[in-house]
Ligand binder design. Structure first.
Ligand code: HEC
Ligand code: HEC
Length: 246
């Protein structure tokens, strides 16, 4: 090949790599890597950004199972979009949208919201109405221990410090890193991947009411200590709250 033509084809190859056109009669060129902010494929976006914590197919693991039918029944697209966009301050859930300092464009956030919604299994919860995502009424902290006793103590122990079937739910370092909403979400949704029941099955045959959920969550919140890791007695509950509800 003469040098001029060779140089010209180099130029074309670079142009082809940049435009994505690889039909030129040159050495086979790998498809050009997609710019990270152009990726709109749900599977790619999810596995690169979310799977490590929420499980490869949303089945949960380190944190809540997004693919759970109960979760998808209570969480609206707006809720999911808001959490992905802004994260949950004070917890390991970081803000993913560029508008909030993350890496994802609004289109990519929408692709994630739509993809997560596709996991819903319509009909799975037909005729069952879970308690609402957000509390309708404020929780009554005084009633909390009674609700805990009835629905939770069989697994988490009488005082929540752990029992035969499940660990502590009053551990200060756990409570310091979880938002009030996440506690509510977990009580409604459970952690099916670990056998933690949803609101219907803590006490089979007696689904928890919205008020039960609010009261037990208020009680869990009251178990937070102001300075986790400090040697204060556990009963000395602080008023620290997490997740944007000061
Ligand atoms: C480093 C671990 C981590 C990664 C990565 C992560 N999350 Fe989360 N996510 C969390 C934690 C922890 C929470 C619970 C936060 C809280 O306490 O409210 C959460 C909560 C959520 C919730 C709200 C649950 C509720 O109660 O309504 C949604 C929705 C969510 N994450 C979606 C995503 C998506 C989508 C991605 C990927 C773009 C992602 N997360 C990546 C840790 C993570
Ligand atoms: C049938 C047993 C069982 C019952 C009843 C039960 N849980 Fe659990 N719960 C579990 C298991 C198992 C886990 C996961 C493993 C662990 O934390 O030990 C869990 C985990 C949790 C977690 C931690 C979730 C996380 O993200 O790490 C919270 C909070 C919780 N339960 C609250 C409650 C509350 C409040 C009740 C009562 C309304 C309740 N549980 C009733 C078995 C149960």
């Amino acid at each position: 090949m003469n040098r001029r033509i060779w140089l010209a084809s180099c130029g074309l190859a670079i142009a082809a790599a940049m435009t994505g056109c690889n039909s030129l009669p040159l050495e086979p060129v790998d498809p050009p890597p997609q710019r990270p902010d152009r990726v709109l494929n749900f599977g790619t976006l999810y596995s690169e950004n979310c799977a490590a914590c929420h499980g490869e197919r949303g089945q949960g693991g380190a944190v809540i199972a997004l693919a759970s039918p109960v979760y998808l029944a209570i969480a609206s697209d707006e809720v999911i979009r808001k959490v992905i966009t802004n994260g949950v301050p004070g917890t390991p859930m970081s803000a993913f949208a560029q508008s909030a300092g993350g890496m994802l464009t609004d289109e990519q956030v929408s692709a994630l919201v739509n993809g997560i919604r596709q996991w819903a299994q319509p009909g799975k919860l037909a005729a069952v109405q879970p308690p609402p995502y957000a509390a309708d009424t404020p929780g009554n902290v005084q009633r909390g221990p009674q609700v805990f006793q009835m629905y939770c103590s069989s697994c988490h122990g009488p005082d929540g410090k752990g029992g035969k079937k499940a660990g502590s739910v009053v551990d200060p370092s756990y409570l310091a890193l979880v938002s009030d909403q996440d506690l509510r979400t977990i009580v409604i949704v459970g952690r099916p991947e670990f056998g933690a029941p949803d609101w219907r099955n803590d006490l089979p045959g007696h689904p928890m009411t919205d008020q039960d959920v609010s009261d037990v969550v208020a009680w869990l919140q009251a178990q937070r200590v102001r300075y986790p890791g400090q040697p204060y007695p556990e009963g000395q509950a602080g008023s620290a709250t997490r997740g944007g509800k000061p």
